[in-house]
Ligand binder design. Structure first.
Ligand code: CTP
Ligand code: MG
Length: 230
């Protein structure tokens, strides 16, 4: 088959979820009878993306295929690939598994993402790289050794979320620039926009959603349980 794929959702689920302090990785924790990652996949399945690449922990591929992708019939999942030690490595494995023109990289742990946000990202990436973000409601301080050293202007502060959307070739080129960085600097990259910033490429903000939280600690699970009660 020679169909061109415009948009791929790269869903990251290869983390260990250490801050959740759970016996199983947080992406598999059941919320109202279904694993957390189910809700993320369900929204992407119904969204404008043409395919979904699911990035999982090495060794989890078969389990995820059988117990999640086949069981719930997620027909847009075109491949399940294994992630790496860092989020950045997982992203790279995911984008290499796709031939799409544009990639929408998304934290599997953000299971409350909406189809509308995915659609707005897909629209905006036609112009330039973009990230979902919301204005910080709180004042943020720079602190060193327990002492406040600076208070950045709140109007300049945004809380960054995913999806983060890029032209796949441009992102791969930006990834190549990481080879010049020290290991320490590489490890400090916490999102995909930083890879474009490092390559001095523009990244635009798209209005995110305050509900689009990254499930990280146990109280986040209660929040999701209440919203997904239907
Ligand atoms: N992730 C990944 N590969 C990694 C690390 C993280 O695919 N090597 C994914 C996680 O599965 C998650 C998303 O990236 O969906 C955001 O990461 P985070 O919330 O930090 O998840 P974990 O790394 O699993 O959690 P923790 O940092 O608490 O260990
Ligand atoms: Mg992490």
């Amino acid at each position: 088959m020679n169909t061109t794929i415009k948009y791929a959702g790269i869903i990251l689920a290869a983390g260990s979820g250490s801050r959740m302090h759970s016996d199983i990785p947080k992406q598999y924790i059941e919320i109202n009878g279904k694993p957390l990652i189910y809700y993320t996949l369900e929204t992407f399945e119904h969204s404008v993306v043409d395919e979904i690449v699911l990035v999982v922990r090495p060794g989890d591929e078969e389990y995820v295929q059988r117990e999640i992708v086949d069981k719930y019939g997620f027909s847009k999942v075109s491949s399940i690939v294994c992630g790496g030690n860092t989020r950045t490595d997982s992203v790279l494995n995911g984008i290499r598994a796709s031939k799409a023109e544009f990639v929408l990289i998304h934290d599997g742990a953000r299971c409350l993402v909406s189809e509308n946000l995915i659609e707005r990202m897909a629209e905006a990436v036609l112009e330039t790289s973009c990230i979902a973000a919301v204005p910080s409601k709180d004042t943020v301080k720079i602190v060193k050794d327990g002492l406040v050293v600076e208070t950045p202007k709140r109007e300049n502060l945004y809380i960054v979320q995913t999806p983060q959307a890029f032209n796949r070739n441009s992102l791969l080129k930006a990834y190549a620039e990481l080879d010049k960085l020290s290991d320490e600097k590489r490890r400090s990259l916490t999102d995909d926009a930083m890879i474009m910033e490092n390559a001095r490429k523009p990244v635009q903000i798209v209005a995110g959603e305050y509900s689009n939280i990254k499930v990280t600690t146990p109280e986040d699970l209660d929040f999701v349980k209440n919203i997904k009660k239907y």
